[in-house]
Design a protein around this ligand. Structure first.
Ligand code: 5GP
Ligand code: MN
Length: 318
C-alpha cells in the first residue's frame, strides 16, 4: 500500500523538506505546518519551503513562523503536499531534480504524478484528510497545534463544510480534531471574521467590475494592478473573492481575473454543471471540478475574452 511506503520512507529519513503550492491557501499551509509539528515530535530535522507570500489570516497558526522561502538544501526526502503539478511548487521544484526521494500527497484531479512516490486521493475533500491519516499511521498523538492546523485546512478547503466534496469522513476527521483541541470558534474568528479594511476595499473594486454573461450563467470579476496598489493589497489577498460571483443565483461559472506582474491569474468556480478543471487545463492550469485556476500571459482584456469564449462554448454544448 502506498501510504505504508510513505510512512516507511518518512520514518527512516532524518532530514525532511515539506513544500506546498504557490498562492498557498488554508489547506496548503495547514497541512504543511501540521506535518512539521508531527515530524518534530518524531525528532526529525524538518524544513518548510513555500515559494510565495503567506496570507496574513493564516499567521495565527502555530509554527507558521517556521515557513521559509525555498533554498538549495540537502535532505533525505521531500514531501510535496496539496500540489497538482511541479510548476505549482515554484522554485522549490529544483529540489525534485536532486537525488532526494520525492513524495507527492494530494487530492487534485489534475495531479500529474510527478514524484517518486505518488498518493493522490481525489475523494478527499482536502489534503488534510490524507495528512490526518498519515499522522495517525506515524503513531503520533494529535496535540492542539496539529489539530488546529488540520481543522483550519479542512474548514477552508470545504468552504465551511459546504462543498460537495464534503463527506461523512470529513466530519469524522473534524470531530476527532475538535476532540484533540482544535478551537472551532477561535479558528472561525481568525479566518472568516477577520477581514481587513483594505480587503473590503479590494472586494468593493472587484464587485464594481462584476459583469454577467450568457443570461446570467457566467459572472466575471476583475482586479487590476491599480486596484491592488490603491487598496494596499497583494495578490495573496484575493482568496475567496471569486465566491461572490459564484454565489449569485443563476450563475453556473464564476471567473476572477487578477493582473499580476507579467501574467493574468484566473480563478474559476462552478456550481453543479460545469467542470472548471477541464477549462483550466485547456490553459495549462488545473485544480478540482468545482474550483480551479490557471495563468495566462495576455492582457487582462485578452485573457477575459479567451476564458469567456471557452466557457460559453462549454455551456452551449451542455
Ligand atoms: P484558486 O482559484 O483559489 O487560486 O485555486 C483554486 C484551485 O485550483 C486550487 O485547488 C488550486 O490549487 C488550483 N489552481 C489554481 N491555479 C492553478 C494553476 O495555475 N495550475 C494548477 N494546476 N492548479 C491551479
Ligand atoms: Mn487542497
Amino acid at each position: 500500500m502506498i501510504l505504508n511506503e510513505i510512512i516507511e520512507n518518512i520514518l527512516s529519513a532524518s532530514n525532511i523538506i515539506l513544500v506546498t503550492h504557490i498562492s498557498p491557501d488554508g489547506d496548503a499551509i495547514g497541512c504543511t505546518i501540521a506535518m512539521y509539528k508531527a515530524l518534530k515530535l518524531l525528532k526529525k530535522d524538518v524544513k518548510i519551503f513555500i515559494d510565495d507570500d503567506i496570507p496574513d489570516v493564516y499567521k495565527f497558526l502555530p509554527n507558521s513562523d517556521k515557513i521559509e522561502r525555498p533554498y538549495d538544501k540537502n535532505a533525505d526526502i521531500i514531501v510535496v503536499i496539496d500540489c497538482a503539478d511541479k510548476d505549482r511548487i515554484g522554485n522549490a521544484q529544483e529540489l525534485l531534480k536532486k537525488d532526494i526521494i520525492s513524495v507527492n500527497i494530494d487530492h487534485h484531479i489534475s495531479n500529474t504524478l510527478y514524484a517518486d512516490i505518488n498518493y493522490v486521493d481525489t475523494n478527499a475533500a482536502s489534503a488534510a484528510e490524507i495528512i490526518y491519516q498519515i499522522i495517525k499511521l506515524l503513531g503520533i498523538n494529535f496535540d492542539s497545534d496539529i489539530s488546529t492546523c488540520l481543522y483550519t485546512a479542512i474548514v477552508t478547503d470545504t468552504g465551511g463544510f459546504m462543498y460537495n466534496s464534503t463527506t461523512a469522513f470529513t466530519h469524522e476527521v473534524a470531530a476527532d480534531l475538535i476532540n484533540n483541541g482544535a478551537p472551532v470558534s477561535y479558528i472561525s474568528d481568525k479566518i472568516f471574521h477577520n477581514i481587513t479594511y483594505n480587503k473590503i476595499k479590494l472586494i468593493g473594486r472587484a464587485l464594481d467590475s462584476l459583469k454577467l454573461y450568457k443570461n446570467g450563467k457566467i459572472a466575471c470579476l476583475e482586479i487590476t494592478k491599480k486596484d491592488l496598489d490603491e487598496t494596499n493589497s497583494k495578490v495573496s489577498d484575493i482568496e475567496n473573492i471569486v465566491n461572490y460571483g459564484r454565489d449569485i443565483n443563476g450563475v453556473e461559472v464564476a471567473i476572477l481575473l487578477v493582473e499580476k506582474d507579467d501574467e493574468i491569474k484566473v480563478s474559476l468556480r462552478s456550481k453543479e454543471k460545469v467542470d472548471v478543471n477541464k477549462i483550466a487545463q485547456i490553459f495549462g492550469g488545473g485544480g478540482h471540478i468545482r474550483a480551479s485556476g490557471c495563468s495566462l500571459k495576455n492582457s487582462l482584456e485578452e485573457a477575459k475574452i479567451q476564458i469567456l469564449n471557452k466557457i460559453k462554448d462549454i455551456i452551449n454544448e451542455g
